[in-house]
Every structure is written in structure tokens, then in C-alpha cells.
Design a protein around this ligand. Structure first.
Ligand SMILES: CC(C)[C@H](C(=O)O)[C@@H](O)C(=O)O
Ligand code: SF4
Length: 425
């Protein structure tokens, strides 16, 4: 019997030739990632009591992103603690104010195919888009990882999600993943890997693939894997990675717990409605719902291709007078690229506010929280009660194109209306 990508990565990490779903394995961790909110200030007590010595500082990456820029004194204190701790531990990889950790660790080349990456954040699974087994762990568990570089994991079963065919104009990876989560349910992949494959997945850019893996956890999955290919290899080379790339793939005869098949050409734009990420409907059934805020950003959909699509839609137009539109590039690097391409000018001329790269508005942590009764159309990944501020607010999730079209009308809008065929991507 062959092995899935998950089984292969966990076999390697546990120093065995073969493992199978259900096995409990001791694994060596390639990258331990923490962010400010669930990082040093939470782990340090236990870490110091148990010796306070990192297993390998080259393999520990810390990113301050949730409390940036700090909106309260407590957040500023957490940020200071994180910065001081990273300096005291002489960490070579501490990033601050650069954007959400998942994007930052991809851009800095920490994410590579075949690696085992554990992070104190549920969307650590995004790194699976490059073929790494990446998953979130709690801060207490992270203490053990920091001290020993090891932990145990149960090898997950894998659900294969096959998307063949060609995506229609105006339909994106976000729509694919929302549809997949609708069908799986928000807990339908609990403790399993989702492996995305098929011709529509191979066609996707790296930016778009990361959307799928990012949201795997929204169906409860441990990680969301995509087989690495030449696009991943080229991306890593462009980031200065010179070592051999592990082009890992699942064996033909690997065992899957479930296989779902989709034809991408039949997909329409999708929207996740309050207050569950699997409450997904075609945009046509929620069109016209008035919103107060539009949010284009996050580690899910704040990348350069997302900002380009929004700029195509908003160029020469104005956002509705009834709303505010927050644009948050997913990293400083993306911010600079968008600036070079004139995208930030287009968006600000349309009336959007461009905020610094951060988790702030996405999770209702710093700037951009919503009040009771307010409705948001967001390009992010979660819409549970209170996600972006008041529990009496409502969050709808859609693609960046749907978000940009909604900004123009002030109500949820089918993006295809604003994407004439010749400029659609
Ligand atoms: C703050 C943190 C617990 C959280 C996560 O783990 O995902 C956040 O990043 C989110 O997106 O909700
Ligand atoms: S989902 Fe939002 S809050 Fe969580 S890491 Fe991504 S940008 Fe930050």
C-alpha cells in the first residue's frame, strides 16, 4: 500500500520508512513558529522552569502580527515582551510589523515542501500550499517543542478533494474552498488532512493555492496539502532557496478516507453567511444585502493577486458612500509591490483606506473592529459571532472580487458584473 503526502512527511520526520494513518509517531520539528498573541509571553514561564534553552534557534521563528500596531497598553506590553524575548534568545528570525505570520514565513523561505511546521496559530496549515505538513498547536505544547524540537502526532487520514476543469471568469480559489467547506461541514475534516488535487488546482497560482490550504482548518483539518510543482520550485528559488527541493507527492495507491470530485467550470461565486463558515450560498442568493464595512486583506486573501483583482474592479470608480473599505495587504512586501504597481493609488482614489499589514481588523484585535448591528463583507476566513468585533455584528466571506464589487454598491454584489470578459483573470 502506498503512502499519502502526510504519511510520507511524518515518516521522514519520525525517522521511519513507513507510517500509516492512525499511527502515533514521535516527530522532529523543522520549524516552530509563534506569534505575539500566543507566543513568548505565554510560553516563557513554563519554558524557563524547564531549563529555558531552545532546541535550535535557527528553527524557531517568531512573528509579531496580531497586536500590531498595538491598540491597547496590554498589546504594546505583549509586543515588547515578544521583541525582548526574541532578542534575549538571539533568534535570527524575528519579524515585526511585516504582516500575518503565515504569509511572512512563506515569503522568507521558511516554508518548504516536505517540512514539518508547527505554529501556535490555527492557520499554520496555510504552509501546506507549498507541500509542508503544517499545523497549529497550543502554546503549552509549544513549550515542549521549543525545549526538545520534538513532539508526538497521530498520523491523520487524508480526504482527497479533486477539482478538475477550468474556473469560469470571476470565480476563484476562495469560491472553491468555500464550496468544499460547505460540503465537508465545519468539522467534517477534523483531525484529517485535506489534499487538494486535480487540473484546476495545478492551474492555480501560488497565491491562490495558499487560499485553499489556509482555509483547510475551517473544515477542522490538521493541514491542507497541495503537491509541490515547478511553480513552488520557482517561487522558492526566487526567495534564494538553493538547496534541493523535496518534490513530495502521494503514491497512486495511497489510501484516502474519502474522495470528493468537483468540476470547477460549474462553480459560481460563493459567499459564507453568518455565523458559520460552512453556511455557504451562491452569491446570487445573498445579493443586495447592505453592508457597513468591506475588508480586503488577511493571510487568506490579502496577496498581490487579490489586490490586483480589486484594483481592476475599482479603477476609476468610487466606493459607496454608505460604507468604509479597509484594505490590508498581507505583508509589507505585498504593500510595496502594490505601491509600485499603482494599485494603492487606484484603491485610495476609489475611497478605500489602506492599513498596514497586520491581523488587526481580520480578528477584531486592533484597528477596524465592528459595532453591534454592523455588517461586513470580508475576504478573510472566519465569520463566527464576534470575529471582527461585536458579537451582534455579522460577517460575510467572499473572494476579493466579490468584496471589491460589494464596496462599489454598498451591498453584496456578484463580482462578474464588474469584470468585463477582456479584463477578467
Ligand atoms: C489568535 C489566534 C488564536 C487565531 C488562530 O489561531 O487562528 C487567529 O489568528 C485567527 O485567525 O483566529
Ligand atoms: S486569519 Fe487573520 S488573524 Fe488569523 S493569522 Fe490570518 S490574518 Fe491573522
Amino acid at each position: 500500500m502506498g503512502m499519502t503526502m502526510s504519511e510520507k512527511i511524518l515518516a521522514k520526520a519520525s525517522g521511519q520508512a513507513n507510517v500509516k494513518a492512525g499511527d502515533i509517531v514521535w516527530v522532529k520539528v523543522d520549524i516552530a513558529m509563534m506569534h505575539d498573541l500566543l507566543g513568548p509571553w505565554l510560553v516563557d514561564g513554563g519554558f524557563q522552569r524547564l531549563g529555558g534553552k531552545l532546541f535550535d534557534k535557527e528553527k524557531v521563528v517568531v512573528v509579531s502580527d496580531h497586536c500590531t500596531p498595538p491598540a491597547t497598553v496590554q498589546q504594546a506590553d505583549i509586543l515588547k515582551f515578544t521583541r525582548d524575548w526574541s532578542r534575549d534568545q538571539e533568534l535570527p528570525y524575528y519579524y515585526e510589523f511585516e504582516g500575518p505570520c503565515h504569509q511572512v514565513i512563506v515569503e522568507h523561505g521558511h516554508v518548504r515542501p516536505g517540512r514539518l511546521i508547527l505554529g501556535t496559530d490555527s492557520h499554520t496549515c496555510m504552509a501546506g500550499g507549498l507541500g509542508a505538513f503544517a499545523t497549529g498547536i497550543g502554546s503549552t505544547e509549544m513549550i515542549g517543542v521549543l525545549l526538545t524540537g520534538e513532539t508526538w502526532l497521530k498520523v491523520p487520514e487524508t480526504i482527497k478533494v479533486v477539482w478538475d476543469g477550468r474556473l469560469p471568469h470571476g470565480v476563484y480559489a476562495k469560491d472553491m474552498v468555500l464550496k468544499t467547506i460547505k460540503d465537508l461541514g465545519h468539522a467534517g475534516a477534523t483531525y484529517q488532512t485535506i489534499e487538494f488535487s486535480g487540473s484546476a488546482i495545478s492551474e492555480l497560482s501560488m497565491d491562490e493555492r495558499l487560499v485553499l490550504s489556509n482555509m483547510a482548518v475551517e473544515a477542522g483539518a490538521k493541514t491542507g496539502l497541495i503537491e509541490p510543482d515547478h511553480k513552488v520550485a520557482e517561487y522558492l528559488r526566487s526567495k534564494g532557496v538553493t538547496e534541493e527541493i523535496d518534490m513530495i507527492s502521494s503514491d497512486e495507491d495511497a489510501a484516502y478516507s474519502r474522495v470528493l470530485y468537483y468540476n470547477a467550470s460549474e462553480l459560481e461565486p460563493q459567499v459564507a453567511c453568518p455565523h458559520e463558515v460552512d453556511n455557504v450560498h451562491p452569491v446570487s442568493s445573498v445579493e443586495g444585502k447592505a453592508v457597513d464595512q468591506v475588508y480586503l486583506g488577511s493571510c487568506t486573501n490579502g496577496r498581490i493577486s487579490d489586490l490586483r483583482i480589486a484594483a481592476q474592479i475599482l479603477k476609476g470608480k468610487k466606493i459607496s458612500k454608505n460604507i468604509r473599505c479597509l484594505v490590508v495587504p498581507a505583508s509589507q512586501h505585498i504593500w510595496m509591490q502594490a505601491n509600485k504597481e499603482g494599485i494603492l493609488d487606484i484603491l485610495t482614489e476609489a475611497g478605500c483606506i489602506v492599513n498596514m499589514p497586520s491581523c488587526g481588523a481580520c480578528g477584531g484585535f486592533t484597528s477596524g473592529v465592528i459595532g453591534a448591528g454592523e455588517v461586513v463583507m470580508s475576504s478573510s476566513n472566519r465569520n463566527f459571532r464576534g470575529r471582527m468585533g461585536s458579537p451582534k455584528g455579522e460577517v460575510y466571506l467572499g473572494s476579493p472580487a466579490a468584496v471589491a464589487a460589494t464596496a462599489i454598491e454598498g451591498k453584496i454584489t456578484d463580482p462578474r458584473k464588474y469584470l468585463p470578459k477582456e479584463v477578467m483573470v
